[in-house]
Ligand binder design. Structure first.
Ligand code: NAD
Length: 393
């Protein structure tokens, strides 16, 4: 954990604006940048839900010609990035707008680079491998979850490598402008609002306890934990009817994103790998189900920190209650939240997951995501990972 003589950085995109109706600010940005042609990178469900209307309206009011690439699908494949980049190269676009959940924003980020630098997409995988700056990039999240709008990360699946998850980390993936407009989450179905909201809570809790946490990430993470605990239920169950709850969730998802991009994450993000790759379970849902079980494993390493998380989630210390007992109540609080928003607390409820595979799943966690295990606040070896999967089953 950080020392006061260590230099910590604050990583951030150039400009982040937030508030209901903030989408209108795209017009001013387009005007000041002299944008003439914009390609909106999105998916078909978002188009069908009418989410693009205010985005296209703002751009068109600034005289921008707008076209839409709607070929993104959840957990996007690298080939979708290539397709979006080809669409960008086919015409004289000078702005890429990533509008959607993490899948659309991630695709837009990397496509904006490949539109300018026509290199094989696989060459960009890993840390710092983008060949240079891309087209101007604006990101508008339509879920309150991933925080991708404030990260320099793109997460993809590689169908040429058995659907394995690959990650691109590069400062060139930071947007020029991110607009967090809770009005864009009005049409979110309850199940997606729940899974993406729990994804944001996972970012907040993992960045709050990771070994690489900094004072900056810690402030953001704590605030996000409290806001999500206070607002996720209403955002899921009242959705379009509760602007305040959706505002708080959008704000918290973005601050949780700013927290983890400055701190890294922990074991939840390693254990979700096999659930995604092998069982096709979506990122947010997998995080939500595993989160309380990894927390329970971690409590003994950081009881005071988890007692604080319990407090942020609305738990109060009972007379005479030990810090450790209060810390374990943070686990109960997350399980109750999952229950209340319709998310199961056990892997066995997710469908076809074979517990005989947990040994192999643990190998996958170490192969693809060892860095997240190393940052976890409690040491974890192969058998510990299998133990957490068994508890979570
Ligand atoms: P998503 O983008 O995959 O979208 C899920 C579904 O929700 C889609 O069908 C989409 O059409 C629908 N949807 C989104 N907004 C909607 C709206 N307003 N109304 C109606 N439907 C809507 O989901 P996500 O959870 O936001 O993103 C997950 C992806 O993000 C994964 O690939 C994950 O690995 C990645 N991710 C990236 C980062 C990062 O920093 N780049 C961080 C975490 C996760």
């Amino acid at each position: 954990v950080h020392s006061i003589t260590e230099t910590n950085s604050i990583k951030s995109p150039a400009d982040v604006r937030y508030g209901i109706g903030a989408t209108g600010e795209l017009a001013e940005f387009a005007g000041s940048e002299g944008v003439e042609r914009a390609l909106v990178v999105t998916d078909a469900d978002i188009v069908a839900a009418g989410v693009l209307d205010p985005i296209e309206g703002a751009l068109e009011s600034a005289g921008v010609a707008v076209e839409v690439f709607d070929g993104v699908e959840p957990e996007p494949k690298l080939s979708m990035v290539e397709d979006a980049a080809a669409a960008l190269r086919a015409d004289e676009f000078d702005l890429v707008v990533g509008a959607g959940g993490g899948s659309c924003m991630d695709t837009a980020k990397l496509a904006s680079v490949l539109a300018v630098h026509d290199v094989p997409v696989r060459d960009t995988v890993g840390m710092g491998n983008a060949p240079g700056a891309g087209l101007a990039l604006a990101l508008l999240p339509t879920t309150a979850g991933t925080g991708s709008e404030v990260t320099h990360i793109g997460v993809f699946s590689d169908s040429e490598d058995g659907g394995n998850k690959v990650v691109v980390y590069d400062d060139q993936l930071f947007s020029d402008l991110s607009i967090v407009d809770p009005a864009l989450t009005e049409s979110l179905p309850a199940g997606i609002a729940a899974a993406t909201g729990m994804d944001a809570l996972t970012h907040a809790i993992e960045s709050s306890v990771t070994m690489l946490r900094t004072p900056y990430s810690d402030v953001l993470a704590r605030d996000a934990i409290e806001r999500i605990g206070d607002n996720l239920r209403a955002a899921v169950h009242q959705g379009a009817g509760n602007d305040r709850a959706r505002y708080e969730m959008s704000f918290a998802a973005t601050t949780a994103g700013k927290a983890f991009v400055n701190s890294g994450l922990g074991a939840v993000h390693a254990l979700t790998y096999p659930l995604g790759i092998e069982c096709g379970i979506g990122h947010g849902l997998a995080n939500a189900v595993l989160l309380p079980h990894v927390m329970a494993y971690n409590v003994p390493a950081e009881p005071e920190h988890f007692a604080e998380i319990a407090r942020l989630l609305g738990e109060e210390r009972a007379p005479g209650e030990s810090t450790l007992d209060l810390a374990y109540r943070s686990v109960d609080a997350v399980m109750e939240l999952n229950d209340d928003v319709g998310i199961p607390n056990h892997i066995s409820e997710l469908g076809d997951v074979d517990p005989d595979e947990f040994d192999r799943f643990a190998d996958i966690c170490f192969e693809y995501s060892e860095h997240n295990i190393e940052r976890n606040p409690r040491d974890m070896d192969h058998d510990d990972v299998v133990g957490v999967f068994e508890d979570a089953y």
